[in-house]
Write a protein that binds this ligand. Structure first.
Ligand code: ASP
Length: 311
């Protein structure tokens, strides 16, 4: 946690919140996830350390996590109920925003979100139209097979088996994923980015909170946030915008506003986590047993964590 202090630049990332504990997450996966988070921090820190912009840093960090099969974004994303993979992403900085929903062929949805922000008059593109826009703008396209991993396929099969035995096919409480980053650059600029495969066994066409500006992703002059968790609850809470509004209207710190919004979400039956970057503080809050997360600043070495009892 990095509340307080004001280093020249700062970066916080997450790789999703969820029910993972030391008992349920095997040691190899723990180690692989810590390595992936460290690499993502390094990519973002390289940008910020050389005077780059926050938006470049969050995009660079998220692209690493999209390529890492251990995280639920890009390669390694979860499956819809009918066995496809649909990706959502968003990016925001300085009042500008771009997002994509339910893409199936673009290797880096976060970069597509940025292209929507910078090269179109729109904020949110969905489905085949979003992938077509990516192709037109020279962003790498892949066969949808590229995103598939055996572990995610098994997770869908387990949910199908539990549904066949009378349980729910879609259980928002089961496990979350999603990756995100928030940054403050040397000029004081704030940015946020989020990318996800959504929730295992979601209905095809379902869009979560991650690509919805003001819900799972938000950045204005006061705060940048990226969320993970039961997306529908974060949408109903307008989580990202609500944090900013509480800071503006109630004078709360970024940390207090984030905690308050998560408490509201929890009271409504939702769970998850949020990373935040205020002008004067940064960190995370989560309601689940774990959240893959990490931080680095100009004056603090990279640090990563998974479980609630870690720093
Ligand atoms: N919030 C994401 C969604 O609902 C999923 C997650 O963070 O695990 O799409």
């Amino acid at each position: 946690m990095m509340d307080g202090g004001l280093p020249p630049w700062s970066l916080v990332i997450h790789g999703g919140s969820g029910g993972m504990t030391r008992e349920t997450l095997d040691a190899d996966t723990q180690a692989a996830c810590r390595t992936g988070l460290t690499e993502a921090l390094a990519a973002g820190a390289a940008v910020l350390g050389s005077g780059g912009m926050a938006i470049d840093a969050v995009e660079a960090a998220v692209r690493i996590l999209e390529d890492d099969p251990n995280f639920n974004a890009g390669r390694g994303a979860v499956f819809t109920a009918d066995g496809s993979i649909e990706l959502d992403a968003a990016i925001m900085a300085a009042g500008r925003a771009g997002a994509v929903a339910a893409t199936t062929r673009t290797r880096h949805p976060v970069s597509l979100a940025r292209a929507v922000m910078e090269s179109s008059p729109h904020v949110l593109l969905g489905g085949a139209g979003a992938d077509a826009f990516a192709l037109e703008h020279g962003l790498e396209q892949v066969d949808p097979e590229y995103f598939r991993t055996p572990a995610r396929w098994q997770a869908l099969q387990a949910m199908r088996a539990s549904a066949a035995a009378g349980g729910p096919l879609f259980d928002k409480a089961l496990k979350f994923g999603t990756v995100g980053a928030v940054a403050r650059d040397r000029a004081g600029g704030l940015a946020a980015a989020t990318s996800t495969g959504g929730l295992t066994a979601k209905r095809w066409g379902r869009i979560g909170d991650s690509p919805l500006i003001g819900a799972g992703t938000w950045a204005d002059g006061a705060v940048a946030i990226s969320a993970t968790g039961s997306g529908e609850d974060f949408i109903r809470a307008a989580a990202g915008h609500e944090i900013s509004a509480r800071m503006r209207h109630l004078g709360e710190s970024a940390a207090a506003a984030t905690a308050a919004v998560l408490a509201t979400i929890r009271a409504g039956g939702g769970d998850g986590g949020i990373i935040f970057m205020g002008a004067e503080s940064s960190g995370w809050r989560f309601t689940t047993p774990g959240m893959f997360r990490g931080c680095v600043t100009a004056s603090q070495k990279p640090a990563v964590a998974i479980f609630a009892d870690e720093g």
